[in-house]
Design a protein around this ligand. Structure first.
Ligand SMILES: [Zn+2]
Length: 198
């Protein structure tokens, strides 16, 4: 708690008790700049409630009138402010004035790199889709039919599933190496490396 307090005090000094992006004084608070989540002022900006709401509302329409100040803040001596300014201008790229500022702006390489680490990137990485493929690399989907490319001893049963056995209506289980299918009315987990899509 006291750590947070210190942070805000430092930021208020740096930002002259104004929003470091738009100059407003309403509901100022320390705002962490992705991907950092420490308590250092270098990784925070002092922002008003309007700026915070617009920055966090990834898909909401931006009020471009609110953001004309970016033409000055993009030249800030504080990297954190440059980073935020660049990100907002990038989101406003559809507007000529924002694009013009971006074209003229100069950010040091490491600051530009930081600016380009948009939160959306992280979301995409975690939403990686698992693709299940058969032994030939063909994509498998729920409901597909496959045949066994080798005979398998079926654990826990007395039968051997012969090479060429057809397995209809398979089900994916979110694991690229295994699927579920029925052989002799027994539901089994089958290794995709032993399967070929029909
Ligand atoms: Zn603001």
């Amino acid at each position: 708690m006291s750590e947070n307090k210190d942070l805000e005090v430092i930021l208020r000094e740096r930002g002259d008790s104004q929003c470091e992006l738009c100059g407003s004084t309403s509901n100022l608070a320390a705002f962490p700049i992705f991907p950092h989540d420490d308590e250092t002022p270098e990784h925070h900006a002092l922002l008003c409630d309007v700026c915070r709401a617009q920055i966090q509302g990834e898909n909401s329409e931006l009020d471009s009138n609110h953001w004309y100040g970016l033409q000055e803040t993009i030249w800030s001596e504080t990297p954190a402010i440059q980073v935020l300014s660049w990100r907002m201008l990038d989101r406003l790229r559809g507007e000529t004035w924002a694009r013009d500022i971006l074209d003229q702006a100069y950010l040091a390489d490491d600051i530009l790199e930081w600016a380009k680490q948009a939160p959306e990137d992280e979301v995409e990485e975690t939403e990686e889709v698992v693709v299940t493929r058969d032994t030939n690399g063909t994509e498998l989907n729920d409901g597909d039919s496959v045949t066994l490319v080798t005979s398998l001893d079926v654990r826990g049963t007395s039968f051997v599933a012969k090479q060429g056995t057809k397995v209809k209506n398979i089900r994916l289980i979110g694991d690229p190496d295994n699927i579920e299918g029925k052989i002799n009315n027994v539901t089994l987990v089958l290794k995709t490396k032993y399967l070929k899509k029909v």
